[in-house]
Write a protein that binds this ligand. Sequence first.
Ligand code: MG
Length: 195
Amino acid sequence: MPEASKEDKRVTRDGLTLAKIIYFLLMPFRPNLLKTYMAVDRFVEVPIDQLKLDGIKGILIDADGTLGPHHARKFSSEVVAHINKMVDHGLKVAIYTNAFEDRFHQFKGINVVTNVLPKPDKRGFEKAMTDFLGLDDPSVVCMIGDNFLTDGGARLAGMHFVHIRPIRGDESFIHSFTRRLAFKFAQFYFPNSFP
Ligand SMILES: [Mg+2]
């Protein structure tokens, strides 16, 4: 029984939650939620020096579509090296995914956010910041992800958002459909934000 409810919880986190639906409906009317601090094609292109110059101290990173394809259990050495470089530069780093949280052993010493509300709920981002980055100021935190609908919820918490071009993979239809639509809204309001 506990196993079944754990599975249910995972499915619900990754699926269409109420927070996601509300956020989705709000999105076209609140362009501020769609503002990107930076947009790059690949995670490894996120310029660490620039983040430091801009006063960023903490980074939350999405996994699926950002660090690798959906449900990836093995990540490229390039990706691992880029995360290590962030840490070496004194940034606090944690992985924040709505999906399975037990597949990041390659990232030694990196916190994986667990037991918080799924993205895009503002409270999830706040707890990820305080409990997993050890920071208390959202204006020095950035979320790096491929999805305005989930990762973009960082904007609700007052964090910066870095958009990555999604890595193709085995993504559910509803996930990919809502992600694309949210991206269209962002492109509509901020056509010059994307490479
Ligand atoms: Mg993602």
